[in-house]
Design a protein around this ligand. Sequence first.
Ligand code: FES
Ligand code: FES
Length: 217
Amino acid sequence: MTEGYGAISRRDVLKTSATGAAIAGSLGPGNIAVAQGQADAPPQATVSLKINGKPTRLTLDTRTTLLDALREHVRLTGTKKGCDHGQCGACTVIVNGRRINSCLTLAVMHEGDEVTTIEGLGGPDNLHPMQAAFVEHDGYQCGYCTPGQICSAIAVLDEIRAGIPSHVTEDVSKAPAMTTLEMRERMSGNICRCGAYSNIAEAMAQVAGQKSKGDKA
Ligand code: FES
Ligand code: FES
C-alpha cells in the first residue's frame, strides 16, 4: 500500500544514513571507503504480500519493480518481461482483483496486497477456464505474451461485468455490454507479436459465455 511504502521507505532511508554515519565515525582512515560504501548502499525494505494465496515476505532494494520481485526473488517466471516500460502488457498480473503492468510499479508499494500470477490461476491438471479456452482456440503461438494476455483477459471480463466503461462504450450512463468490441478495446494494451488476436478474442468470447462475432485482427 502507498502508506506502508512511505513509512517503510523513510524509516529505512534514515536508518541507513544513521548507520553509515555511525560506522564512519567509529572507523580509522583506512576503512573510510568501506564506511562510505555502506552509507551509499541502496536502501532495503521489507514488504509482505500474498502471492497466489501464499503469504510472502521479501526484503528488497526499494527500487525493485513488482515484476522483478516476482521473477527474480520469488522465482515465479511465468510473468514475462517484454518492454519493461509499460508498452506491451507481457508483465500483466492481477493485484487485488485489478490488472496492472507489474513493470510499472514498485514491489514495496504493495504491502498487504494480493497478487495473482499465471501460476496462481491454474496448472496443467486444473486449468482456469480462460487458460483452457486459450488452448482450445489456439490463443497463442510462441506463448511469450500469453501469461499477460490471460491475466488481462480474466480481469477484462470482470471489468465489463462490474460496469466499468471503456473508450468504446457508447453510453457510459449504462453498463457496458459484453461485446467483442469492448473486449478488444480493453485488451489493446496487450501486444502479441505473433498476431494471435482473433484467437484470443474467440477464447475470451467463449469464457464470457457468448459467441465471438468473428472479426479478424
Ligand atoms: Fe511491462 Fe511490457 S514488460 S508492459
Ligand atoms: Fe507470441 Fe503472443 S503468442 S507474442
